[in-house]
Design a protein around this ligand. Sequence first.
Ligand code: AMP
Ligand code: GLY
Length: 426
Amino acid sequence: MQAKLKVLLIGSGGRESAIAFHLRKSPHLSELKVYPGNGGFPDHEILSEGAFNVLSKESVQSYLKQNPFDFIVVGPEDPLVAGFADWTAELKIPTFGPDSFCAQVEGSKDFAKSLMTEANVPTAEYVTFTEYSTSLKYLESKSIPIVIKADGLAAGKGVTVATTKEMAANALKEIFEDKKFGDSGKRVVIEEFMDGQEASIFAISDGESYFLLPAAQDHKRAYDGDKGPNTGGMGAYCPTPIVTDTVLQKVKERVFDRMFETFRKKGHPYRGLLYAGLMISPEGEPRVVEFNCRFGDPETQCVLAMLEGDLLELLYTASTGKITNVRASVKTGAATVVVLAAEGYPNSYEKNISLNLPETPGQNTYLFHAGTLKKDGKVFSSGGRILGVVAYGSDLKSSVYQAYSFLEKIQAPKTFYRTDIAHRAL
Ligand code: AMP
Ligand code: GLY
């Protein structure tokens, strides 16, 4: 690969803080810039406010023509679904992240479900609706629990796991009648409820071959004991023991091999990261809950702590060449991330909380900023998920212990975190 790269990273979350941390270690990095970034990035890395609009082709292309980069890494899904990687391909700028055809795997539940059917990938039975009345009639014939999903992107809020018929009918009304998710709710997928434990597995693909990162388990509910509302994720750990070697083998053969082959057949080899959100049944049978076209957050924060190798080389090669040429492997041991969130999150929450952050954590413990910003050298909260504390250890117990020991040193009023991350595996 090219010796030195000037890299642009798109995004502002804990995920991007973790990606940046690992990119900075690469001998192939000449300069890193981020947009829009957060309060954890050094000022000189952040592009000026309003540099461009990540969702506008014209704006992105005109900026990049004037400000050349050798490589771009896209963190979040919205730009990829909008076509970011197509726009940069026109400018011949290597970009980590799939084209807009492949990104539909996250951008449309209906697209993802029909591709899974075509590829014979195990997933829940489903029917797609475009009309409120027919969807209600279908609901009458089904038993509960049942799952209602707005078709398009809905910032993680478009899914209702309904435990009563009323709840399901109300979810349909909100999507079709109240237009809660705008155009994302033009179509609705109603699917069978799957029982089991969830795991997230990331595959970095060059279109032909792929590199698997260790299976993680996210904790989506806001409070201890998996209580409270669904969030973007309050913490995660990896590797998760639910994904045994046998389960992983099934996931490779039945999920990733089949999906990547189907993308190739369609003339759109998948280059980028494919995130499989899986439900593992009590019998150890994996089925797909959803796909994402990007690194997950907070999982990435712990998963990358397990990577042995050069992240920049891995991502650049996946985007431009053959990933089998890269020497990368997964460490033994375990990693945990615990998210510090603002009180009230995921509903309305306090902003501008002053954060008193301790000095750089000890070896193998990392502090990643998410919803933060810097004002006059001081750090304040600006989002619901504020910080991620990550610890890598020789085993899961020690990584959990290290993460919480560091978290206790952070002084931040009006915040909370879950105290039981990884409890299912300890
Ligand atoms: P999604 O946005 O598709 O990942 O859905 C959000 C969450 O809803 C998932 O992480 C699961 O916890 C839950 N979920 C979605 N689909 C199903 C399903 N078919 N059965 C059980 N739970 C589901
Ligand atoms: N943690 C879930 C996601 O990234 O979608």
